[in-house]
Design a protein around this ligand. Structure first.
Ligand SMILES: [Zn+2]
Length: 304
C-alpha cells in the first residue's frame, strides 16, 4: 500500500482498493474516503496516518461494496469517526446481510456467500448523503451521483479533485475483470458520460491510478462496455429459439475467458452479465419469457 500525495492536503492510499484522504487545512480534522476490504488494510492506513501525524475524524463510504467498507467497523471502534454514506447504500452498510441475500435471489444466503468480499461488518451511519454540495464540520464536499456500478454510488469532489469510486476502472482493472461488475448498464453509460464532462483537476478511481487527464480511461471503459454488449447480442442472435438465462451467463463467461471458481464469482458475474441483458430488454431488442419453467432470452419477435 502506497501513500500518495496529490496536492497540499489531498492524498490517496494506492492499493487493490484505493482509499482517499483529505486533511482539512488549519485544523485537526481528516477525512477518509472509503475504508478498504478489512481490518488489516485499515490498520496499515492508520499506521501511516499516525506516522505522518495526520488526523482521521471523518469517513465517507462511497458505496456498499465490502471491499470499500470492510475496514470501517474497525475504524469506528478505534476512533468513533463521523460516518457518511449515500442514501440507499447506507441500508446495506447497516445491514450487510442484504448484500449476500440479494446475490442469492433473496433467500437466506448460504454460508459460502457470507464472506468478506460480499459482506463486511455492519457500521453506524451518522449522516445520509444525497447528490449535492455539503458543508460538514469545515469540509466542503460536492457529492456527485454516479450509479450503475451500484444502486446509488456517490463520487465526491474536494478542491477540484474527484474521488470517483468505482464509476470507472483503471485500464489494468478493466482488463483483469474482463466483464466489469455493474448492476445497470444504462446508468453506467450515463455516469461515464457525466464523468467525461466533469470539470476537475484529476480523478482517483476505486481501482486504478490517479490521473490528471482521465478522459481516455473513461473512453476505454465506454468501449469495453460496448464490446461486451455486442458480444451478448451475438450469442442471443445465434439462438433464435431462445436461450436460458443460466446458459447465457455460461456462454458469456466462456466468451470472455472468465472462470467461475466459487459462489462469490458466480454471483458477481451473473449480476454483471444480467446488466447487459436488462439494457437490451429496456431497448426492446430482446424478450424475456418463462418457457418450460425457465427464464429464457430471445431476440424480440418481428425484429430483422
Ligand atoms: Zn464496488
Amino acid at each position: 500500500m502506497e501513500f500518495i500525495q496529490i496536492n497540499e492536503n489531498q492524498y490517496y492510499f494506492k492499493a487493490a482498493v484505493n482509499i482517499g484522504y483529505v486533511k482539512q487545512a488549519h485544523s485537526n480534522k481528516g477525512l477518509l474516503i472509503d475504508a478498504g476490504l478489512d481490518q488489516q488494510s485499515m490498520k496499515k492506513v492508520l499506521r501511516k496516518l499516525d506516522e505522518e501525524k495526520l488526523p482521521v475524524t471523518h469517513l465517507f463510504v462511497t458505496h456498499s461494496h465490502a471491499d470499500h467498507y470492510g475496514g470501517a467497523a474497525f475504524l469506528q471502534e478505534k476512533f468513533g469517526v463521523y460516518t457518511m454514506a449515500p442514501y440507499l447504500e447506507e441500508a446495506i452498510l447497516r445491514y450487510p446481510i442484504l448484500a449476500s441475500s440479494s446475490f442469492f435471489q433473496s433467500n437466506l444466503p448460504i454460508d459460502e456467500l457470507r464472506n468478506k468480499f460480499i459482506e463486511g461488518q455492519a457500521i453506524h451511519i451518522h449522516q445520509v448523503i444525497h447528490e449535492g454540495v455539503y458543508e460538514i464540520d469545515g469540509f466542503h464536499l460536492e457529492f456527485i451521483s454516479l450509479p450503475g456500478h451500484s444502486l446509488n454510488q456517490l463520487g465526491v469532489k474536494v478542491n477540484d479533485l474527484l474521488y470517483a469510486s468505482d464509476s470507472y476502472f483503471g485500464t489494468e482493472a478493466l482488463d483483469k475483470h474482463k466483464i466489469p461488475y455493474i448492476v445497470d448498464l444504462e446508468q453506467t453509460f450515463h455516469s461515464l458520460e457525466k464523468l467525461q464532462k466533469i470539470n476537475c483537476e484529476g480523478a482517483i478511481p476505486g481501482h486504478g491510478e490517479f490521473e490528471e487527464k482521465f478522459q481516455s480511461t473513461i473512453t476505454a471503459n465506454q468501449e469495453k462496455h460496448q464490446e461486451i454488449l455486442h458480444s451478448i447480442k451475438e450469442i442471443i442472435d445465434i439462438h433464435p429459439n431462445g436461450i436460458s438465462h443460466e446458459q447465457l451467463v455460461q456462454l458469456m463467461c466462456n466468451r470472455w475467458d472468465v472462470v467461475l471458481t466459487n459462489m462469490t464469482s458466480w454471483a458477481l458475474y451473473r449480476t454483471a452479465i444480467t446488466s447487459y441483458l436488462t439494457m437490451l430488454y429496456k431497448n426492446q431488442e430482446i424478450q424475456l419469457d418463462i418457457i418450460q419453467n425457465t427464464l429464457t432470452v430471445r431476440k424480440k419477435e418481428g425484429e430483422a
